[in-house]
Design a protein around this ligand. Structure first.
Ligand code: PAF
Length: 285
């Protein structure tokens, strides 16, 4: 039975006991509303002897007009899914446990947050990096696991850990997709049955983009035009961005070379959905 704890002290004690028993510590930070994508992270984290999952809807990573209040919350359902997927400890703190009333210290990565979601969600990655660093200091994991659907988040956290000399490995885990290609996301819960069908244009467009790049297309403009055309074809989706960046630096690449990330953010009804594919531009293609 996975224990649910709400204080930093309880986490530290449980982790210390696991370490004393010779176990390595895996950590999966989440905001709850767990789905099969989180299960995949937990299954990967099972390479450690002790797996901690956090559930915390972090207020500091939401903008004033974003969905902090309506973000889906269901601790009981999350607990049973986390348990089935092998979590040993669930850390579900209240905001007051995480942030002192006078909290005034922030972690801000300055290079990789310039484009993609960073450009459209001011302060978002500052909130993410800060809460991740806090949780890393509380849990002290050997390894932390992040889904590659949020690729920029993964790279920002990885860079922050490197730059601030934290001793843990940040591991990216492939995006879990539904059978029809839609990337798993807690925000899919906002989609009506109809909107869910419209959203399928996202994986379709990314797949087409991957194919033309693999066949040798090297103009980012041609690729983004193709994606845009597919996304807007039904007149239901609103494109926030389509960007192609270097997979390591997250800088725009013109012409396409090396490993690139093709990433989109799209409004489908009220839901803002993001997705991406990684593509290798082979020189001989
Ligand atoms: O991806 C998420 O669920 C959140 O951004 C994270 C990493 C748990 C930080 O709040």
């Amino acid at each position: 039975m996975a224990e649910v704890v709400t204080t930093k002290l309880e986490v530290r004690r449980a982790v210390e006991a696991a370490r004393a028993a010779g176990k390595s510590i895996g950590f999966v930070p989440t905001m709850g509303a767990l789905h099969a994508g989180h299960q995949t992270l937990l299954q990967r984290a099972a390479e450690n002897g002790f797996v901690v999952l956090s559930i915390f809807v972090n207020p500091t990573q939401f903008g004033p007009s974003e969905d902090f209040l309506s973000y889906p919350r269901n601790l009981e359902a999350d607990r049973s899914l986390a348990e089935q997927a092998g979590a040993h400890l669930i850390f579900a703190p209240a905001a007051e446990e995480v942030y002192a009333e006078t909290h005034s210290t922030w972690v801000e990565e300055e290079a990789m947050t310039e484009g993609l979601c960073g450009a459209r969600r001011p302060g978002h990655f500052r909130g993410v990096a800060t809460v991740c660093l806090k949780f890393f200091n509380i849990v002290r994991p050997d390894r932390a696991y992040f889904g590659l659907k949020d690729y920029q988040q993964f790279k920002v956290v990885q860079r922050t850990v490197r730059d601030l000399d934290l001793q843990l490995e940040v591991i990216g885990v492939a995006t879990h997709r539904e059978a029809d290609g839609l990337a798993m996301s807690s925000r899919n819960a906002y989609l009506s049955a109809e909107a869910r069908q419209w959203a399928l244009a996202i994986p379709r467009a990314l797949q087409q983009a991957r194919e033309i790049v693999e066949r040798g297309e090297r103009s980012p403009r041609t690729v983004t035009d193709l994606i845009r055309a597919e996304l807007v074809a039904e007149g239901k989706l609103k494109v926030e961005y389509i960007e192609i960046v270097d997979a390591e630096t997250l800088e725009l690449v013109v012409p396409l070379v090396g490993q690139v990330l093709i990433a989109v953010a799209v409004y489908c009804g009220d839901a803002r959905l993001i997705d991406n594919v990684l593509v290798e531009c082979r020189p001989e293609a």
